[in-house]
Design a protein around this ligand. Structure first.
Ligand code: F6P
Length: 314
């Protein structure tokens, strides 16, 4: 194997650079060159490259974000996107493409592999941790710790002002980050999309905790949490991305208002948003990212990226 391409797509996640570094260094150790494509699928469609090697990735393990840049570009939604991508695959003389991304990015990789014979290895990434067949995805540990530490900080001001603070936590339609941060941060109530909630029950819990002598409350709410029992609750921002996904957001603000109206407790809301994807990755994520990167490279080398080889069970 002479040269492989690599790209990162979708929302960035802590430890993406650890994966890029592991793929690159393992490849270089075996005499394989690595060519980076910038900004997700846009990079290979438009031929925006970035040479990377053993040395340039050396100190990147501690950096958040992705040195390659990312986007939510969908080649199947761009005019001639797939054709341009295939031409560049040939032009840059790639033997395989390592694609690091979430369900959308890897959905494209899967289609390129099955419908267009492009040799690809998919490397799963998401802070949301909503992937079957694995306990953890890299990025989750860092994100959940950032959310937990934010709750720790919010407690001191909530306690000082005897307030309710509703903290909105990322995760799209999965409640892993909210659940982890809510439990670890000692929130009074934790709301996840998997378990639709009732406003009555939330307020009852907050009142009960106050009666027990707790003078403030923290509510951890996943951005995708839903109301049960037919109560109407608007939680979505406007706008969709190239994959047709709506942007979630707004639930904490609406919930804080409702709680204040119903209980009379002064309430505030905080949206943690992209802070949860920032900063340095945790040790756990760096190690997991490194392992995932090495495995992706080994899969590329074992020729499992070629449809013919798969069909023949190699
Ligand atoms: O899927 C990762 C994620 O961070 C979700 O938790 C969140 O809903 C979404 O991406 C935000 O996307 P963007 O960075 O496009 O605003």
């Amino acid at each position: 194997m002479k040269r492989i391409g690599i790209l990162t797509g979708g929302g960035d996640a802590p430890a993406l650079n650890a994966v890029i570094r592991a793929v690159t260094r393992s490849a270089n150790n075996d005499g394989t060159e690595v060519l980076g494509f910038q900004e997700g699928w846009r990079g290979i469609i438009e031929g925006i490259t970035m040479p990377i090697d053993w040395k340039t990735t050396d100190d990147k393990i501690s950096e958040g974000g992705t040195i390659l840049g990312s986007s939510r570009t969908n080649p199947f939604r761009r005019n001639n996107g797939v054709e341009m991508l295939k031409e560049n695959f040939k032009k840059f003389q790639l033997d395989a493409l390592v694609v690091i991304g979430g369900d959308d990015t890897l959905g494209v990789a899967n289609r390129l592999f099955h419908e267009h014979d492009v040799p690809t290895v998919g490397c799963p990434k998401t802070i949301d941790n909503d992937l079957s067949a694995t306990d953890f995805t890299f990025g989750y540990d860092t994100a959940v710790n950032i959310a937990m530490e934010s709750i720790d900080k919010l407690i001191t001001t909530a306690r000082s002002h005897r307030r309710v603070i509703v903290v909105e936590i990322m995760g799209r339609h999965a409640g892993w980050i909210a659940a982890g941060a809510g439990i670890a941060g000692g929130a009074d109530v934790t709301l996840v999309p998997e378990n639709p909630f009732s406003l009555d029950r939330i307020c009852k819990t907050l009142r009960r905790n106050r009666e027990r002598g707790k003078l403030y409350n923290i509510v951890a709410v996943a951005e995708g949490a839903k109301l049960g029992g037919g109560e109407d609750f608007h939680t979505q921002d406007d706008g969709v991305d190239e994959f047709g996904h709506i942007r979630l957001g707004g639930i904490a603000k609406a919930l804080a208002r409702e709680i204040e109206d119903r209980t009379g407790y002064e309430s505030r809301h905080v949206v943690l948003g992209h802070l949860q994807r920032g900063g340095h990755p945790s040790a756990f994520d760096r190690v997991l990212g490194t392992r995932v990167g090495i495995k992706s490279l080994r899969d590329a080398q074992s020729r499992r990226v070629r449809k013919d080889d798969c069909a023949q069970g190699r």
